[in-house]
Design a protein around this ligand. Structure first.
Ligand code: GAL
Length: 678
């Protein structure tokens, strides 16, 4: 299977796609009792009840505790924890314990260690020190998963399988000999014969022609630029290889516990290398981890982006926030605690955008180890702390939101997201290093967020039928099918926006000849014969006084009209933003990197033209999202990220306070309301 092809062998169906017995909003976190003495574990169960915790992820990093020496198993403590959690009414997402191989395993089989492109072998002593392609590691990991499934398959606490942990987080790319073998197998499956590979990789260039698959290697460090399609295929292979490790463990667990759903936790907004749209189809329920960045003043918008992207990966269905933090993390340069109310707002943002469970890394803050300064629900200070009081308050809020469980977010605007395009557009030797992904996407998203417009994330090949406005930023690589799908949406009446350096190459990273932006030339009614990227610090002015940087190009209008032109710079007088009437819709082209004011103008035009309305009219910094139940119940989330009181039109009951709302809900600075609308 490749990222571009449909899965020929669909996943076996689970009996249920939601954690067994988790019937309300989930609340909990990673629980690592092996780090604590029994007295603390007993206190944990009491505190979980106090906070209203109803689900924990257990045994994620427990392999070395469960099997301290090869074949010597010690399950006593886990048996005890499963029983105690069950007695305390806490459901368990039980991990396969494979996220970090035990020291005896890497000593006995050093060939399972992953390798960097430059040949450096990554040692044991941190975590995730395994080569995902290693048949030896896979065998050991599958054995541990099977052992756990056989032991706990019938345990009444078992609600969900948590396979490994953030697969690919530290080792998205492995260049070991095991990887080289697996890459060749993957390439043979993709291309069939080596001549097809030569065509796809354009190996007539630089004497790279292969006579046999045996000669092909991963793109290890070379004297200069490695073949771009080799790099792109290695990215595809790596995502597929990591996914196949997940499916191996899933398919090991499934026959033993067909009644238990299976997942693994994604890192949707933070990770470039896993094609989560493909991965989403392989998990029973999508679970995501998200951490805010302390020095990002707009981190609440970045969070919303992550949550909406996760819902897209879940194809609109409910999903689990598997990890976020109560306060500081330990892995940023300066790890600041969250501001008062921020943890609650963050949690509600995820719920507003489709999460039906809010979980944290981790339950109790570690006393030792690399993450001892990472926040948790139970901090070092213990119960007498703001963090604990906030945790208890969150538990109460989530209880009040039980009616929201299972409802969905609806949107008429779609943003097209494509991992292969991301991998390809950021390869080396391009016109400008400043063209990155998903930078334009975030700029457009930010504007929609500020206006309270609901957004779905889709792939170029998704069904676009329900969308009136479709934004396809930096879609450098696009398949014929994807390009046709987007064009068809404009034909039937949608407004489509394409931004610069889109439609440039096919799935092999070969230029679409005859003028840029090849795949979208006809749709957009423009043709470009040359790029004029701007130099660092250079900017240009548009005819409405707004500015742009990074990119210009010589656009010739074939059927489109220029809506904005450049007044200076290398393309002075030429089109900067164009619009082409297409069928019952329109296709817009942004040929430069517009500033925030220009983006705001453009998004305003697009919303007006496509009749897309905000959820409710809001002011900047006041987040509004609506979830709608299958029975028509409507829940309006209003999250105030500003320093002032916010008023938003609404009528119904605020579930968080139980108060009546007539015509308008007033939300304090930094506060939130969830109105069940009348
Ligand atoms: C995640 C990981 C957790 C923990 C957390 C810290 O990436 O899954 O185990 O390390 O980060 O923020």
């Amino acid at each position: 299977m490749t990222s571009d092809d449909p899965d020929p062998d669909p996943a076996p169906e689970p009996t249920t796609a939601w954690p067994v017995g988790l019937t309300t909003m989930g609340f909990g976190g990673d629980y690592n009792p092996e780090q604590w003495p029994v007295e603390t574990r007993l206190e944990d169960i009491e505190l979980m009840a106090e906070a209203g915790v109803n689900v924990v992820s257990l045994a994620i990093f427990s392999w070395a505790t469960l099997e301290p020496r090869e074949g010597e198993l010690d399950f006593g403590w886990l048996d005890d924890m499963m029983d105690r959690l069950h007695a305390g009414g806490v459901r368990v997402a039980l991990a396969t314990a494979t996220a970090s191989p035990p020291p005896w395993l890497t000593r006995r089989h050093p060939e399972i260690l992953p390798q960097l492109a430059d040949g450096t072998v990554l040692g044991q002593g941190g975590r995730q020190s395994y080569a995902v392609a290693s048949p030896v590691y896979r065998e050991y990991a599958a054995k541990m998963a099977a052992t756990l499934a056989e032991r706990y398959g019938d345990h009444p606490a078992l609600a969900l399988w948590h396979v490994d942990n953030e697969i690919g987080c530290h080792t998205a790319h492995d260049y070991s000999d095991a990887a080289a073998d697996a890459f060749r197998v993957w390439l043979e499956a993709r291309y069939g014969d080596v001549e097809s590979l030569n065509q796809a990789w354009g190996t007539a260039f630089w004497s790279q022609r292969y006579g046999s698959f045996d000669d092909v290697l991963p793109p290890r460090t070379a004297p200069t630029y490695a073949n771009p399609t080799q790099q792109l295929d290695f990215a595809r292979y790596s995502s597929d290889q990591l996914l196949s490790y997940y499916t191996l463990l899933r398919d090991t667990l499934r026959p033993i516990t067909p009644h238990v759903p299976i997942t693994t936790n994604f890192m949707a907004a933070g990770s470039k290398w896993m094609d989560y749209f493909a991965w989403g189809a392989e998990v029973d329920v999508v679970a995501n981890d998200h951490y805010t960045t302390a020095d990002d003043a707009e981190r609440h918008i970045e969070l919303a982006f992550s949550a909406d992207l996760t819902r897209g990966i879940a194809r609109g269905k409910g999903w689990i926030l598997m990890e976020h933090s109560t306060g500081a993390v330990n892995w940023q340069p300066r790890n600041r605690a969250k501001a008062p109310g921020e943890m609650l707002r963050n949690s509600l943002q995820h719920v507003a955008r489709g999460a039906d469970a809010v979980m944290f890394f981790q339950w109790r803050q570690s006393k030792a180890g690399a993450e001892k300064f990472h926040s948790a629900l139970v901090p070092h200070a213990g119960r007498d702390s703001q963090v604990w009081r906030d945790a208890v308050a969150l538990g109460q809020a989530l209880k009040a939101l039980i009616p929201v469980t299972g409802s969905r977010v609806e949107a008429r605007t779609a943003i097209v997201f494509d991992y292969a395009s991301w991998w390809a557009v950021e390869l080396d030797s391009h016109p400008s290093v400043d063209v990155t992904y998903p930078e334009r996407m975030r700029a457009l998203y930010r504007e929609l967020w500020n206006r309270g417009v609901a957004v779905d994330f889709v792939t170029p090949e998704s069904d676009l039928g329900g969308y009136q406005l479709i934004l396809a930023p930096t879609l450098y690589l696009v398949t014929d099918e994807g390009a046709a799908n987007i064009a068809a949406a404009a034909e039937r009446g949608a407004s489509v926006l394409i931004t610069y350096f889109s439609g440039i190459v096919d799935q092999n990273d070969h230029i679409r000849l005859g003028g840029y932006p090849g795949a979208f030339r006809d749709l957009l009614g423009v043709s470009t014969d040359e790029f004029f990227p701007l130099l660092a610090q250079e900017s240009v002015t548009l005819d409405d006084g707004t500015t742009a940087d990074v990119w210009t190009e010589r656009v010739r209008l074939t059927s489109a009209g220029a809506v904005r032109t450049f007044t200076d710079g290398p393309m002075a007088g030429g089109p900067a933003v164009t619009r082409n009437a297409v069928g019952s819709g329109a296709a817009w082209y942004a040929a430069t990197r517009q500033d925030a004011a220009s983006i705001s103008w453009l998004v305003g035009e697009l919303l007006a033209e496509s009749d897309v309305e905000p959820v409710v009219v809001t002011s900047p910094g006041v987040e509004v999202v609506r979830r709608t139940g299958a029975d028509g119940a409507r829940f309006l989330f209003v999250i105030n990220h500003t320093d002032g009181v916010a008023s938003v039109p609404a009528t119904g009951t605020d579930l968080l306070t139980g108060t009546d709302v007539q015509g308008e809900v007033e939300v304090a600075a930094g506060g939130a309301a969830v109105v069940q609308e009348a």
